[in-house]
Design a protein around this ligand. Structure first.
Ligand code: CP
Ligand code: NVA
Length: 327
């Protein structure tokens, strides 16, 4: 299978076989890294990392993956380049495409990452937009393969904001891989209608299913994995009061874990997570709204169900596979 020259803008653009191929390659890179075997397979190449929004995992994964592959990364934060301010995205893309072998982009509009790919003529990797977070889901699926043992037939329940970018990508990925994906969310936070329709049809073709429900007990029953994300995504911080009132009943806590009726259920979160008050934002939420935990309790986060740091590590191996296969 040859993915050379391909961008990764959204999982919708990839076939199940291609996703499996990337995951298999990531597992191999993980072994190489574990054994200390050098794999500087792309020595002499360069990639640009554009971040309009902040990041820990995605940025570090791209930087370390690049270094491991012998590639030189250039980090460009939101105040470092003109991008859309004094130089159009089109012109910036054309310039970067003349210098770099690939471009990562994290920002707001999905159209921006699509345009970067169109105008740069080099592979572009979506490091998160308001709509999608495809590299996250590749890491999540590698983690599910490692812990649950398979993707097909696995019941993955996303609990929280049904409009979430990570959930959108999980839904598409799950539909492609024949999983049973359930979004437990209030009626006021329904996923995008078109995407839901597309994913539901794809899931049926692949032997899986997609369901959206505000009935928590039924939604989580029999889950193999409970997944959640923060209640307000980057750029939506003003919505905090509304989201707290909508999503408080959807907090992942030990009662919910028990309601799965699966003693071996796994808990996943893309991170960062608000499971305590050890951040400035959580402190503010505590002072203003009286909460000490938000989307997940500290107890669940630190429990034996939680595989969140395996997920975080797998960002490195999966992003490395994406770069190595497409550059
Ligand atoms: N999960 C994730 O994308 O983390 P960062 O925002 O730290 O990159
Ligand atoms: N939904 C979150 C994901 C962070 C990795 C956000 O967009 O902020």
């Amino acid at each position: 299978m040859d993915l050379k020259g391909r961008s990764l803008l959204k999982l919708l653009d990839y076939t199940p076989a291609e996703i499996e191929f990337i995951l298999a390659s990531a597992a191999q890179y993980k072994q190489l890294k574990k054994h200390g075997t050098l794999h500087r397979e792309h020595e002499g190449k360069s990639i640009a990392l554009l971040f309009e929004k902040t990041s820990t995992r995605t940025r570090c994964a791209f930087e370390v993956a690049a270094a491991d592959l012998g590639i030189a990364p250039t980090f460009l934060g939101k105040d470092d380049i003109q991008l859309g301010k004094k130089e159009s995205l089109e012109d910036t893309a054309k310039v970067l495409g003349r210098m770099y072998d690939g471009i990562e982009f994290r920002g707001f509009k999905q159209q921006d990452v699509e345009d970067l790919a169109k105008f740069s003529q080099v592979p572009v990797w979506n490091g998160l937009t308001d709509e999608f977070h495809p590299t996250q889901v590749l890491a999540d699926f590698l983690t599910i393969q490692e812990h649950v043992g398979k993707l097909k037939g696995t019941k993955l329940v996303f609990v929280g904001d049904g409009t979430d970018n990570v959930s959108n990508s999980l839904m598409v990925g799950a539909a492609k891989m024949g999983m049973h994906y359930v979004i437990a969310t209030p009626n006021t936070l329904q996923p995008p209608v078109d995407l839901l329709e597309t994913a539901t049809q794809m899931a049926t073709e692949n032997g899986g299913s997609i369901e959206v429900s505000d009935d928590l007990a039924t939604a989580v029953s029999g889950a193999d994995v409970i997944y959640t994300d923060i209640w307000v995504s980057m750029g939506q911080e003003d919505l905090i009061a509304e989201r707290i009132s909508q999503l408080k009943p959807y907090q992942v806590n030990m009662d919910m874990i028990k309601a799965t009726n699966n003693p071996d259920v796994f808990f996943m979160h893309c991170l960062p997570a608000f499971h305590d008050t050890n951040t400035d934002f959580a402190q503010m939420v505590h002072e203003k709204y009286g909460l000490t935990e938000m989307e997940v309790t500290d107890e669940v986060f630190r429990s034996q169900h939680s595989i969140v740091f395996d997920q975080a590590e797998n960002r490195l191996h999966t992003i490395k596979a994406v770069i190595a296969l497409t550059i």
